[in-house]
Design a binder for this molecule. Sequence first.
Ligand SMILES: *Cc1c(COP(=O)(O)O)cnc(C)c1O
Length: 365
Amino acid sequence: MKIPFLDLGASYRELKHEIDTAVSRVLDSGWYILGPEIDAFEAEWAEYCDAKHAVGVANGLDALILALRALDVGPGAEVIVPSNTYIATWLAVSAVGATPVPVEPNPATHNIDTTRIAEAITPRTKVLLPVHLYGQPADMDPILTLARQHGIAVVEDAAQAHGSRYKGKRIGSHGDIVCWSFYPGKNLGALGDGGAITTNRADLAEKVQVLRNYGSRVKYVNEVQGMNSRLDPIQAAVLRVKLKHLDDWTERRRTIAELYTKGLKDSGLILPHVPEWANPVWHLYVVRSTERDALQQTLAAAGIGTLIHYPIPPHMQEAYAGLDMTADTFPLACQLANEVISMPIGPQMERQKTADVCNVVCAAD
Ligand SMILES: *Cc1c(COP(=O)(O)O)cnc(C)c1O
């Protein structure tokens, strides 16, 4: 048996002709920075996300950094982040000189526990930064209410949530700015790095547009100290092709997730919990086991690839040793890090293979 965690080559091969044609179009055009391909993708991505504006940037981390910069978040400011996210969420806060203030997850959904946000808010809090982890939306209504009450902005890390819906509405414009990654392994993935922000606020879209391009609107006239963080037109052309297939590919992920949920219901594992208002896109199918490492080894021995998202929470990383936090500071984040394991999932995974995975999991104990 050979079941990879995710087969990116298979994704390319399925659309090879369309993608090759799109890439050739850019190569032939002689236009390799910003330009018509970026404009077209931005319009299509904004429409897909139910947002007024989209701005393409170099990657998901930069999208977060540019969002915070557009909101004038800097030294002295605090930004509320999940304790159990991918480290990029925290790194963006640190990159602008602000302080990440972690909040523990809801143990059922693994998304930020909205009942614990209020106690983390201080007069320095400038942004609430929820993450739609594994492709499942965070509970946005309480987050937006708190933000309004305290006069603080909301930035969403939607790097795993392309197409996901909260109470029927697509993720893309609930908060002030929504940040996307098109890293190849994401649900909408480029053939290299890519990212974007979406927003309903014209002022913020314009700020990110200027900041991503050296702080310049007119060539060689620089109004602010910007970055070079532009989406590559070749990647934009690839993303335009893939966007047309995104809903289909999400449906295939849904089918696989349903098969796992049925096939693993008696496995003894803790399975994903989906609140009735959430419409997840199954970037990851994450289960929990106190025997996680043994389970991963059993699956590996059977030729089944799994990954751990994520083995070390940000506060326990050497990168954040300066915060002087211990495992006890955020015990839930640490517990999840020790127990989670992500099953193989992807649009090209054959349905029957989920049964093979379930059989191996259920036989192990
Ligand atoms: C992938 C990811 C990012 C970063 O995206 P890059 O494009 O790799 O910089 C940020 N946050 C989360 C939750 C992610 O999964």
